[in-house]
Design a protein around this ligand. Structure first.
Ligand code: C5P
Length: 213
């Protein structure tokens, strides 16, 4: 699968559709978060799948175990490829999430890449997620090597916080696509550097050139 996941952080269905048309040769998995899901819900998931692409539903569930388990069941019924939960929800919540039959891949947010934190805290959250049976974590590209060392190569690390220049927006723990992939990221997630570019396709082409895939 292609390594770049595009965050569809746009406001409406039409914008998402246009973006998918443009970028589909470069992207296998599109990320749908609350911005678009609240607006277009099931319709957006259906459209992405009809275009032959996978959906990563990034709603970051963080609730009591029963609610999270049932949310995972609902997401499974939509046919998404992967989804997120917050590792901070605790072990019972994480175990509830993974107990769902025929579930999508579940990746836990270690600690948001918009926060400055100690590596120890990230590793602790990653180890808890691994021991609860999750498929991987969402973490900064700067932490991938350490997480893989502690949790094993098979434990996926998916990295937002992808930036090329000094402009970090609200992200804090960032690196370039090249560094993320070199450090062992299974997928990189990118939003604004592509979405806000005048030429999103060129940005994607440049990313693939830089990671040589
Ligand atoms: O625009 P940008 O490249 O910062 O987008 C990153 C995307 O990844 C956003 O949709 C954001 O919600 C998501 N994300 C994140 N940090 C996490 C988990 C998800 O930035 N820990």
């Amino acid at each position: 699968m292609k390594k770049v996941i595009l965050a569809l952080d746009v406001c409406n269905f039409k914008q998402a559709e246009r973006l998918i048309k443009k970028t589909s040769p470069y992207i296998d998995i599109y990320k749908v978060g609350p911005i678009l899901f609240i607006q277009s819900g099931k319709k957006i998931i259906k459209m992405i799948k009809e275009n032959g692409k996978e959906v990563f539903l990034d709603l970051k569930f963080h609730d009591i175990p029963n609610t999270v388990k049932r949310s995972v069941e609902s997401a499974r019924d939509l046919g998404v490829f992967s989804l997120t939960v917050h590792s901070a929800g605790g072990e019972e919540m994480l175990e509830g999430a993974i107990s769902v039959e025929k579930r999508p891949k579940i990746w836990a947010v270690s600690i948001l890449t918009s926060q400055i934190v100690d590596l120890d805290e990230v590793i602790k959250k990653s180890k808890i997620s691994k021991s609860c049976g999750l498929d991987g974590v969402i973490s900064s590209p700067l932490e991938v090597k350490f997480i893989k060392k502690e949790c094993g190569k098979e434990f996926s690390v998916v990295t937002p916080g992808i930036r090329f220049e000094k402009c970090y927006d609200d992200q804090k723990r960032v690196a370039t696509p090249k560094v993320a992939i070199k450090n062992g990221a299974d997928f990189i997630i990118i939003g604004r550097p592509v979405l806000e570019s005048k030429d999103p396709v060129k940005v994607l082409k440049d990313i693939y050139k830089s990671i040589k895939i």
